[in-house]
Design a protein around this ligand. Structure first.
Ligand code: HEC
Length: 160
């Protein structure tokens, strides 16, 4: 084999490897693992434990919103800050890496922005203490909850 033929083979192998890595990065970072549900929404395929983790976090959102609302109704802005911070970005450290790869990029982006919104609400409640501002911020967060629920659902391999 001539050295230029060998070089071409090496280049072809490198090109194939780059394509494989790009495809894997696309699957892991952008596309996630979804199929279309009966109602037309993309359903993210998760293992039962992973789905349970996401749903638990969702129920924590509702419980936390109740605590924020309760504190707000009593004018307790430090209470608002505490309840809101509990839903902040520090919660995202609990998400296993394998599960991250199954979530589409848009889902991850939306989820992260909701968590960081709760950090902002906490900080503003602490430093400015304006209930009306908190109410407006909560309305913006709730819009993100609704947007995501309209765009995605969850499923498991054993479910239809
Ligand atoms: C990034 C997307 C996303 C965001 C943001 C989001 N959710 Fe969800 N939520 C989901 C998905 C997907 C489900 C599962 C729905 C399904 O499979 O039908 C769900 C389910 C739920 C459930 C049902 C839990 C259960 O045990 O069945 C509740 C309650 C909920 N979300 C509340 C909220 C609240 C409140 C917010 C905002 C603070 C929020 N979610 C933000 C995606 C999201």
């Amino acid at each position: 084999m001539t050295s230029s033929a060998r070089e071409r083979i090496y280049l072809a192998i490198i090109a194939v490897l780059i394509l494989v890595v790009a495809a894997m990065a696309y699957m892991f970072i952008i596309a996630g693992s979804t199929k279309t549900a009966a109602d037309g929404r993309p359903a993210i395929m998760l293992e039962p434990g992973e789905r349970a983790l996401v749903l638990r976090e969702m129920r924590d959102f509702v419980a936390g919103l109740q605590r924020i609302d309760d504190a707000l109704s009593r004018g307790d802005m430090q209470g608002v800050a505490k309840a809101s911070r509990a839903l902040g970005a520090s919660k995202t450290h609990d998400v296993p890496t394998a599960m991250m790869g199954k979530l589409p990029l848009e889902f991850k982006t939306l989820a992260l922005s909701v968590h960081s919104d709760f950090d902002t609400i906490a900080m503003d409640a602490e430093w400015t203490g304006l209930p009306k501002r908190t109410l407006g911020q909560l309305s913006d967060v709730l819009q993100k909850c609704t947007a995501c629920h309209e765009s995605y659902r969850l499923t498991e391999p054993s479910l239809k």
